[in-house]
Design a protein around this ligand. Structure first.
Ligand code: FE2
Ligand code: FE2
Length: 355
């Protein structure tokens, strides 16, 4: 594969305010990538070689916790989404970057499959299996802690972890729409229409999340906190992008959405209660209040009309749907374990100060 070079000439809209800011590197792979995207004379083929070297180093699930690899994947995926500040859009389809991404993705996908091995093979059809996998637990949970004990600072940390996804909520799941047909397509459109506020900016879930961030004294600028979130947070973002950017993983993308929708309503109630306990008003709680209502409907549409009808159209996709749901749940657990583990040790769950 030949190396391709992209001029630093300003591309249209490179200064748009919603773009992801260029972060600090976290190792040799992201250092090479950021140098390239920032317009240095770095060699794109050297990035590809560094990415392949990193991918080869990992076995089991270690890449999930590798800051350098996860940051690189986040940046590579972002080229297809909001884009990166000051970076020409032509990098999106650069062959060297795509080859490096493919190497990292191969290692990452293997890690995700290892992580969820054995967790999504149960008896019954895909609908009953999805309900069984996502049934509310009666044990302690992070959302229960947020309802009864969390401080404002702990709420701020959780919002920061979630902000990379929630400030563009639903965009990656929307990539499933053009790949579906018939009843499953209609079901996904129905869910996504609500996520985007039925076409009303002030009701878009990403807008509601931005309001919550501002009410808690945080910046709502897209990806403002990229530098302070750890690898596991980026990995939870990247697993969704992995599913969203590969048509062969459509079933996993749909399963991921089902897990999001079926595990949102009750925790959202707890988050809203916690914010009210701390004295915050409806502008801060509306994001969660909206999800208590909307997701009790969305979970039915997602599981029955989307996943269920998709499995009727193509029974062979059921295992992919369950894999995607299991992956979503596994990353939710990993992130919650990271956050609560840090708090148990009286440490921040972020990488340094968020300011
Ligand atoms: Fe939502
Ligand atoms: Fe939803």
């Amino acid at each position: 594969m030949s190396s391709t070079r992209i001029d630093r000439k300003p591309s249209r809209a490179v200064t748009t305010g919603t773009r992801m800011p260029i972060p600090s590197a976290r190792g040799p792979v992201s250092e090479q990538l950021i140098a390239l995207l920032s317009g240095s004379d770095a060699n794109p083929a050297a990035f590809t070689a560094a990415a392949r070297g990193s991918a080869d180093e990992h076995d089991d699930t270690s890449i999930v916790f590798d800051d350098d690899a996860q940051l690189s994947l986040t940046l590579l995926y972002e080229l297809h989404l909001q884009g990166l500040a000051g970076v020409p859009d032509e990098w999106e389809w650069n062959l060297d970057l795509l080859a490096g991404r493919a190497a990292l993705e191969s290692s990452f996908e293997a890690a995700v499959r290892t992580l969820v091995a054995g967790q999504h093979v149960q008896a019954g059809d895909v609908i009953s299996q999805l309900w069984a996998m996502t049934a509310p637990s009666t044990g302690p949970s992070m959302s229960k802690f947020m309802a009864t004990d969390a401080s404002t600072e702990q709420f701020q940390e959780v919002l920061i972890h979630r902000s990379l996804n929630q400030l563009r909520e639903s965009d990656v799941h929307t990539l499933g729409i053009p790949r579906l047909s018939g009843a499953p397509k209609a079901a996904l459109v129905e869910v996504q229409a609500d996520e985007y506020g039925g076409g009303r900016l002030e009701r878009m879930h990403s807008t509601l999340f931005a309001n919550t961030m501002r009410e808690l004294g945080l910046s709502d600028r897209y990806a403002h906190y990229l530098n302070v979130v750890p690898a596991v947070t980026l990995a939870s973002l990247n697993v969704l992008s992995l599913f969203g950017f590969h048509r062969r993983l459509l079933g996993a993308l749909i399963g991921h959405l089902c897990a999001v929708e079926t595990t949102s309503s009750l925790p959202s109630k707890n988050y809203s209660a916690g914010l009210r306990r701390l004295g915050f008003g409806s502008r801060a709680t509306l994001f969660y209040d909206e999800h208590v209502e909307a997701d009790s409907v969305h979970e039915q549409i997602a599981v029955r009309d989307l996943a269920g009808k998709l499995a009727e159209q193509d029974p062979t996709i059921s295992s992919d749907i369950l894999f995607g749901a299991a992956a979503c749940l596994a990353f939710d657990d990993l992130l919650a374990e990271h956050i609560t583990g840090c708090w148990d040790r009286d440490e921040t769950s972020l990488r340094g100060s968020p300011r």
